[in-house]
Write a protein that binds this ligand. Structure first.
Ligand code: HEM
Length: 275
């Protein structure tokens, strides 16, 4: 019987591997971050996941493109009524690849929102919002609201006629809401009329507050995705929201499909009584 032996690594290769691994080992020993990322990337998902399950990651990618192009634009944009429009023109016409970065940010906003809706439709049609993923659906709804607010606040920034009048309509619409409407409109306008204070306010919301919120919500969203596992399609035996046995022994059709079988800290179980 032939015995196969692995070719020995050359000393040079061993040295190279050690040099590459050293910073990773250093970080892992002190933070456990490398193991965490490895767990996130190589965790098991149900065998019957399909292309529709990539829509969440596609939405995430679109958001990251917005974040990167937005940071570059912010280096040249001037949030002042006298110079905002000129600064946008300067970015588009004078800066190297400025037209590309601005185009990516402008069209990327629509791509992000469209993917967001596609992802939400996938989750809805697959019933992936059912137990135990209701909380992640709620986090998703907050992401939807903050995502749309990001689009609304960004639209004013070019400070051209379209931007101005679209914002007038948007603020007036908000103003018609019962009880809170007038306060909301005042807050958005930052005064009685749309002007330089409105632009500063929208800039700050668009650049700092809302993206910060979105990052935090995405972090929570992904934590819950990892904790609960990705659900199987509805035609699978392990589809989300499967049945539960009455004796508290857990799901009958493994409706909690995923890596973690979530149980409240107190040990309380759905249909499970006192276990
Ligand atoms: C910035 C926006 C969002 C990002 C980056 C995002 C990202 C993701 C990712 C990467 C996944 C796992 C893979 C997948 O199922 O596609 C996921 C799952 C999920 N998302 Fe989102 N999502 C966003 C918005 C939303 C919205 C608007 C909703 C619903 C209102 C939502 C509800 C869910 C639910 C319930 C799951 C679990 C699905 C399952 O286990 O099969 N997400 N999301």
């Amino acid at each position: 019987m032939a015995v196969t032996t692995r070719p020995r690594k050359s000393a040079r290769r061993q040295r190279m591997e050690a040099a590459i691994n050293y910073p990773l080992d250093w970080l892992e020993e002190r933070s456990g971050l490398v193991g965490g990322v490895r767990y996130f990337l190589f965790r098991k998902v149900p065998g019957d996941t399909n292309w529709f399950h990539t829509l969440g990651s596609a939405t995430l990618t679109a958001f990251l493109v917005q974040a990167v192009t937005g940071v570059i634009l912010a280096m040249y944009y001037k949030p002042d009524p006298n110079s905002a429009y000129q600064s946008i023109n300067h970015i588009t016409n004078d800066l190297t690849l400025g037209w590309l970065v601005r185009g990516m940010h402008k069209w990327g906003a629509s791509v992000f929102i469209i993917l967001l809706f596609f992802h939400m439709a996938r989750v809805f049609l697959f019933g992936a919002y059912k137990y135990p993923r209701e909380l992640n659906w709620i986090v998703g709804v907050l992401l939807l609201v903050t995502g749309m607010l990001e689009g609304f606040t960004g639209y004013l920034l070019p400070w051209d006629q379209t931007a101005y009048w679209a914002t007038v309509v948007g603020i007036n619409l908000n103003g018609t809401a019962p009880i809170l409407g007038p306060f909301l409109a005042d807050f958005l306008r930052s005064g009685a009329e749309i002007g330089s204070d409105t632009l500063s306010r929208f800039y700050s919301l668009h650049m700092l507050l809302i993206p910060g919120l979105i990052f935090a919500l995405i972090g929570l969203h992904l934590y819950l995705v990892v904790r609960l596992g990705v659900s199987s399609p509805p035609w699978s035996r392990e589809a989300a929201g499967g049945g539960y046995s009455q004796d508290g022994a857990g799901p009958t059709t493994n409706g909690r499909a995923g890596l973690t079988q979530p149980t409240a800290r107190s040990g309380w179980r759905r249909n499970g009584g006192d276990s």
